[in-house]
Design a protein around this ligand. Structure first.
Ligand code: TEU
Ligand code: CA
Length: 568
């Protein structure tokens, strides 16, 4: 049984039965010993990815960039950063990946470019000219007041003096080295469509689209009530702009994505309730979007220091609600990690569950959800947060800013460090732990960011040959999701929660051609579940399993998938 409310077309897309993997290039694998991961490094690891069952690879930005925000500040959209390789390396990656039936998604970062992009340089030379109109440039007021009181995502005002033009200011939603592109200008939009088409025509399958809800600004610029003592108000999108955003996104879909059958995954935060359909429904702007509902759990208006910790029960409730909400609309892309968040093992698992058992159980719970599972590099071997000992170790702009915000709010240095360390984006950006040799086998040189000292224990090499390792469990999960008998059920089957009121037990059916019950006992205590009809065990996070008539005994941190047999 396939979800009736979805059209035939929506249910037939090639990507729903696939497994995706996110590569943070700088930290994946260094092929030439300069301490920086690169494209040839990815080519060398394609067989590893294939063995994990990966079909779709999302590459974080690899275009030339001054790396003020690790490549999310692009200075040339038509090239590859020389530290990552060349265009011909990229062509080779696309071809080698295709040989293994792996498709490539690039990161389309077009809310902003780098201040070192030639568009911005020309805008500074002639703010009233053609390239001045590529950006949001405003005259400085005589009163000294800024055009708006908005706060940028990375801290401080969104307004910055335009270099060489003391009377003018430009807008940046993120870092001041990331000036926002003015999507109201049709020429900017044409430029974006040309870039995206050019890459697609080179053979990539599509894009993950960065920060896409920010491209529409609330115009004319107005002040909003301050939400912190700094007198500023977060620039996050407001309801008023929703309509205009859809015009831009619809145009990009029709001009670039639809004609090229692109696979597009939107980075959509805080979509309004009624927008999901427009985003990823029948004729949506994107093929899919990340389910970030649980990623935003615990967030508060003030800095990181004010955020609440998140429990596994919060995660379960949130994901259950999101899966139900999306049922008749489209498909999410499901993640527990990405390059903007700490490691899932640290965020979701309590100390008692931060073991291979706990990691397998959490992996099972999210991987079998309805939608496209995305694995973030290192997640498949259970990498954990970096043990920061000093604020000087932070590389990421947000961690540095949030450390400052915590100090300003009155936290002492130790607590400010603890707060920033717990949520730092650097946690997921440390080098991939390939083996237990120097620098975890990531590089023969000096790594650009220190390797997590945990690599002696947690590394792919050790897990490769051990049949009960997390890595091999991920392989079994991909294998099962894509097995002929089950692929349709996992790809298209309904999500139906079970035992919702049992704390720490995340259980749901994937019901389609078959009825598969996913049971993840995400706590220390045992759990007993009764299944009336006959059943068989399809996958188990542990070696043993105990049943007693129709009772299943799940140990603490044990997860299983049960196939319910109606006939027995
Ligand atoms: O992130 C957009 C986003 O909204 C982030 O602000 C996120 O909330 C933040 O990273 C949490 O600290 C995307 C990219 O994923 C991120 O790496 C970039 O820094 C950002 O866009 C700007 O391009
Ligand atoms: Ca390198």
């Amino acid at each position: 049984m396939i979800n009736k409310t979805l059209s035939e077309k929506q249910n037939k897309q090639w990507w729903y039965g696939k497994i995706a993997y996110q590569i943070y290039l700088k930290s994946f694998y260094d092929s030439n010993g300069d301490g920086i991961g690169d494209i040839r490094g990815v080519i060398l690891k394609l067989d590893y990815l294939k063995s994990l069952g990966v079909d779709i690879l999302w590459l974080s930005p690899c275009y030339p960039s001054p790396w003020a925000d690790q490549g999310y500040d692009i200075s040339d959209y038509y090239n590859i950063d020389p530290r990552y390789g060349t265009l011909s390396d990229m062509d080779e990656l696309i071809a080698e990946a295709a040989n293994r039936k792996i498709s490539i998604l690039m990161d389309l970062v077009v809310n902003h470019c780098s201040d070192e992009h030639e568009w911005f340089k020309k805008a500074c030379e002639d703010p009233d000219g053609r390239y001045g109109r590529y950006f949001y440039i405003e005259d400085r007021r005589i009163s000294g007041e800024l055009p708006t009181n908005q706060r940028s995502v990375f801290g401080g005002s969104v307004w910055e003096p335009l270099p060489g033009n003391p009377g003018k200011l430009y807008l940046h939603t993120f870092h001041k080295k990331q000036p926002d592109l003015n999507w109201e200008n049709p020429e900017v939009r044409e430029s974006v469509y040309s870039i995206a088409s050019w890459w697609m025509d080179r053979g990539i399958a599509g894009f993950r689209i960065d920060a896409v809800t920010y491209i529409k600004k609330e115009l004319p610029f107005i002040n909003r009530p301050a939400d912190r003592e700094d007198g500023l108000c977060y620039i996050g999108r407001s309801k008023e702009i929703a309509e205009g955003l859809s015009v831009f996104l619809g145009e990009m879909r029709d001009r670039v994505f639809v004609p090229r059958h692109a696979l597009t995954i939107g980075e959509v935060f805080n979509a309004q309730e009624n927008e999901t359909e427009a985003m990823i429904g029948e004729n949506g702007y994107f093929s899919s979007m990340f389910d970030f509902s649980h990623i935003s759990l615990g967030q508060k208006k003030l800095g990181w220091y004010s955020w609440d910790p998140v429990t596994i029960e919060d995660y379960k409730k949130c994901v259950t609600e999101a899966q139900q909400r999306i049922a008749g609309i489209g498909y999410f892309s499901n993640v527990i990690e990405n390059h903007d968040r700490p490691r899932a093992a640290n965020r979701y698992l309590p100390d008692s569950g931060r073991s291979e058992d706990g990691k397998k159980c959490l992996a099972l719970a999210y991987f079998m959800l309805r939608g496209i599972p995305f694995i973030y590099q290192g997640q498949e071997i259970g990498m954990e947060n970096y043990p920061f000992k000093s604020a000087d170790e932070f590389d990421d702009v947000t961690s540095i800013d949030e450390y400052r915000v915590s100090l300003e709010a009155g936290l002492d240095e130790e607590r400010a460090l603890e707060t920033a360390a717990g949520l730092s984006r650097d946690n997921t950006r440390t080098p991939m732990q390939w083996d237990d040799t120097d620098n975890a086998g990531f590089t023969t040189g000096e790594p650009w960011f220190p390797v997590n000292p945990g690599y002696k224990v947690i590394n792919a090499g050790e897990q490769e040959g051990r049949s009960d390792s997390l890595l091999n469990f991920y392989r079994r999960m991909s294998g099962l999701r894509k097995a002929k008998e089950y692929i349709n059920t996992f790809a298209y089957g309904d999500f139906i929660p079970e035992y919702e009121d049992r704390e720490g037990l995340f259980a749901y059916h994937r019901r389609g051609e078959k009825d598969l019950l996913v049971l993840a006992n995400l706590k220390e205590e045992e759990e007993v579940v009764r299944i009336a009809s006959g059943f068989g065990i399809l996958l188990n996070t542990m070696d043993e399993f105990s049943t007693e008539k129709d009772m299943l005994h799940l140990r603490g941190w044990q997860g299983v998938i049960v196939e319910i047999d109606e006939k027995k």
